[in-house]
Design a protein around this ligand. Sequence first.
Ligand SMILES: [Zn+2]
Length: 276
Amino acid sequence: MGVSLRPAPADTGVVFRCSHEGGSTDIPARFGSVVGASQSTQLGVGASRISTVEHLLAALRATGLDNVIVETDGEELPILDGSASGWVSLLERAGHAVLASPRKSLLVRKTVEVSWGERRISISPADCFSFCCEIDFDHPLIGHQALDIPELTAEVFKQELAGARTFGFEADAERLRQAGLALGAGLENTVVLSKDGLLNEEGLRWPDEFVRHKGVDLIGDLALLGAPLLGHVEVLRGGHALHHALVQALLSDSDALSWVDETSPGSSSVVEEEGR
Ligand SMILES: [Zn+2]
């Protein structure tokens, strides 16, 4: 399967153009397209599906690419090495065009919070996008990890977050395999934790690679709002479903968000496509 990024005019947003026998279906990267959130974020329109979109969406959002058509002929984006760094490299090669119209961002106007027992996510007003993630796993390599990103920029994303890989537990992998799921997960694209260690011979990229990856997933899931977000997010024990719940809470509260125009930089798109 292949993926190509094509330029798109202002106000297109990110759209997955999924080709299939007899044509193609456009699936907007918007919350209204979400059809699943168990292992990865899955979007769909009609019978068309595209899953594992969150790492590409995170890379697009963090590098400030607003309008892109993502053409694909598969139902799942390539997992690559389980991180967003392959997408960042592709976007760097593709280049960036600033369009004439202003970039429209979403300004958070009030604190909105979702809590599910010990899991919690909130967003509050701020003049840039910042976040703080905390995770807690009863595992010697993870334990409690916290990540504080005071302002998300393309450079911070590239240096601090993009390389962090998806992780999972060997015990769950076995259970998922028996259920016929996560067949693509292997040591080349997932950090796999055994009962008290790590199966990957190459080790970790950072001691706190786990919470950094949660940051990538958060950025990708919040990108489903369809525009840059100006607000501060705090997440405790996050995951796709919890991130989506915050998006839903924001969209269902008419006082929570307002549009602002940013003239510098303007809205942007890619200038060239690169197949893969
Ligand atoms: Zn992920």
